[in-house]
Design a protein around this ligand. Structure first.
Ligand code: BES
Ligand code: ZN
Length: 632
């Protein structure tokens, strides 16, 4: 057997429970063999797929908006690999009514392990070697981490309630009992009952209109890991934007979203030209209410997106390129554990910018790359250049994976691929990546397997090249390696010049050449305003605002940058806008830095607490818990 496949096989067999690496929260059996294994152990699941693994899910649930619960059953087809007497699933605050085996169903014993605050509880189901399927009857907790239940007021149309899930990283277990590891894939089908005036969509083949029964059937024939399980329920409509692409959104958002994302099909064509056929059938996008905690989430066939990217000028569509790129890096070739997260995100950012280059040109892609590198450096400065979390290969064992998921995986990961590109040339790198996506499609990848593959397929014994790439430094060392690619963006250089002209009194604000600036140039401009502002000119904030109307901009990306200065410069005319933003938008990337700014002063702390009290009900668990951490 080829060495890589052998590794893959072993890693699948050993991708299992937390017990090997840290505490054993669930007090269940740990075998000697598992303790000793060192490859691709996923510390964030209780499942032991080397012993018994689920291969297909049939979900049959009702979405109850009154009780804020998902109630029903999850039937699994399973493979009892070693003939064990039990199978383990992950759960988080689920109520398990009963578990049956076989068809006709026969009740079997089950047991919930001790609670771990990060991992939840193992569900241990008694089976024997003849069991091929089992059914778990369950309901979710109204406070389930993955779920956000919105009332009508929190939606765009303000008429009907809305529900969406966010399963990445380890939240799927809070709405479906599952083997919740990125290294375990299964196919699924679902029957979902919702209130009759709402439509349900999933990370699967989707309906495009409501029906009279309120019952929707889904099928996902490609195997996916649990973190890609997704469901959204709301008063949504669909419009096509291309042969394989379309948009779901609430009525009042639909036309704006269709305009904003009209280049989606072109992006898909560009992506396929780069790295091979799109393997998931359709690529649709659903625009969610503003409390969605992320920019986007790459749920297969149906990207979940924040409405904050609907800027009206298609300037924030890099999000679509990003989530689409995950259809290869992440969804097709999946990080084996959350410690290998850079394999998902770093590759995706690289791929995203290659798509952007095709659609918007090199200038544009380089501007994004320069901003991205800046983000990586800022994050490193914040974490400290020697912080473990600035390594590409993370060690999240014993922590919640979300705690270590930063810009590093995205931007340092992308810079590493860019370094490879600079050294071998695009043609070779692209051929390599094509082969990589093909060979490992629907499989799992560890950092070590990738490095092996890189050496075998691209470096091929070229020691000079290998020395230049300093792989170990990039992957296993903290901070930014000295050979980090240099990125020059001519568009951003023009912005720097404009700032300088203003600061030195060469030109007033109104004479700066801002007419052609996109969102990104504005972001760069605001980010690089001199701070602290010159005390001789206390009215600089006002001058900026009067000239460019930042406080009232509808562009969330620009507003979030501006509000940072509003807080630091105590610009009270911006406080109303700040409060409105923090109480309507739940995207963590915007919200969290603003709370961090606020808590820097005593006065700000009070303001933060007061705003959070009002805003909390509009935040998804991942945003609320991050903000709570800052306010502590
Ligand atoms: N997969 C991520 C979102 C994610 C990461 C959810 C980690 C949970 C844990 C998604 O693809 C992403 O990276 N979103 C970015 C979009 C941006 C890079 C264009 C975001 O939400 O900001
Ligand atoms: Zn991503």
């Amino acid at each position: 057997m080829n060495r890589l496949f052998a590794l893959l096989f072993i890693s699948l067999l050993t991708a299992s429970c937390n017990q090997q690496n840290n505490q054993n929260p669930n007090n269940m059996v740990v075998t000697e063999e598992k303790k000793q294994s060192t490859i691709a152990i996923d510390a964030h699941t209780c499942a032991m797929p080397n012993e018994a693994v689920a291969t297909h899910l049939d979900l049959d649930v009702e979405v109850d908006f009154t009780k804020k619960q998902i109630i029903g059953k999850a039937s699994y087809q399973i493979k009892n690999v070693i003939g064990t007497d039990h199978i383990l699933f992950d759960t988080y605050d689920l109520t398990i009514q009963k578990v049956t085996v076989g068809n006709p169903e026969k009740e079997t014993k089950f047991e919930l392990g001790a609670k771990d605050k990060n991992l939840g509880q193992a569900l241990k189901v008694t089976i024997d070697s003849t069991v091929k399927m089992l059914t778990i009857y369950y309901s979710s907790n109204p406070a389930a981490q993955a779920l956000q239940w919105l009332d009508a007021q929190q939606t765009a149309d303000k008429k009907k309630p809305f529900l969406f899930t966010q399963s990445e990283s380890i939240f799927a277990r809070s709405w479906v009992p599952c083997q919740d590891s990125p290294g375990i894939r299964f196919t699924y089908s679902a029957k979902v009952k919702v209130p009759k005036d709402l439509l349900a969509v999933m990370s699967a083949e989707n309906p495009i209109a409501k029906n009279d029964s309120g019952i929707y059937h889904f099928n996902m024939p490609q195997a996916i890991p649990a973190y890609l399980l997704a469901l959204a329920v709301g008063d949504i409509e669909f419009k096509s934007v291309g042969p394989r692409t379309g948009i779901y959104a609430e009525h009042s958002m639909l036309d704006k979203a269709v305009y904003e994302f009209s280049e989606t099909e072109d992006m898909l064509v560009a992506a396929e030209k780069l790295y091979g056929a799109y393997r998931w059938g359709r690529y649709d996008i659903i625009v969610l209410p503003p409390s969605f905690p992320f920019g986007g989430m790459e749920n297969p066939r149906l990207t979940f997106a924040t409405p904050t990217v609907i800027a009206g000028d298609r300037s924030l569509t890099s999000l679509v390129a990003h989530e689409m790129a995950h259809s290869w890096s992440g969804n097709l070739v999946t990080n084996a554990t959350w410690n290998d997260f850079w394999l998902n995100e770093g590759f995706t950012v690289y791929f995203e910018r290659r798509i952007l280059e095709v659609i918007y040109g090199l200038d544009y892609a380089e501007m994004q790359a320069a901003l991205g590198k800046q983000d990586a450096i800022n994050t490193m400065n914040e974490l400290g250049m020697t912080s473990e979390d600035t390594k590409l290969k993370l060690n999240l064992n014993g922590r919640h994976p979300d705690d270590g998921m930063t810009d590093i995986a995205y931007e340092k990961g992308c810079l590493f691929l860019r370094l490879i590109e600079e050294n071998v040339g695009r043609e070779k790198l692209d051929a390599f990546l094509n082969k990589y996506f093909n060979e490992f499609a629907f499989k799992t990848m560890t950092t070590e397997m990738f490095i092996d593959y890189l050496k075998k397929e691209l470096i091929k014994g070229d020691t000079i090249l290998e020395e230049k790439l300093t792989i170990d430094q990039w992957v296993y060392n903290a901070g930014m390696p000295a050979n980090c690619p240099n990125i020059i963006s001519t568009r951003l250089q023009k912005v720097d010049k404009a700032i300088e002209d203003w600061v030195q009194g060469v030109k007033p604000l109104s004479h700066l050449p801002t007419r052609e600036w996109s969102t990104h140039e504005w972001v760069h401009f605001i980010r690089h305003l001199p701070y602290p502002f010159n005390p001789q000119l206390p009215d600089q904030m006002k001058e900026l605002d009067n000239t460019f109307h930042f406080t009232n901009t509808g562009n969330c990306e620009i507003l979030a940058e501006w509000l940072h200065w509003v807080i630091l410069n105590k610009y009270s005319s911006g406080y109303g806008s700040l409060e409105k933003f923090l109480t309507t938008v739940g995207r963590r990337k915007y919200v969290l830095p603003l709370y961090k700014d606020l808590v820097k002063t005593e006065e700000g702390k009070k303001m933060a607490a007061a705003i959070f009290a009002k805003a909390k009900g509009n935040y998804h668990f991942v945003t609320a818990s991050s903000v709570e951490e800052v306010l502590k």
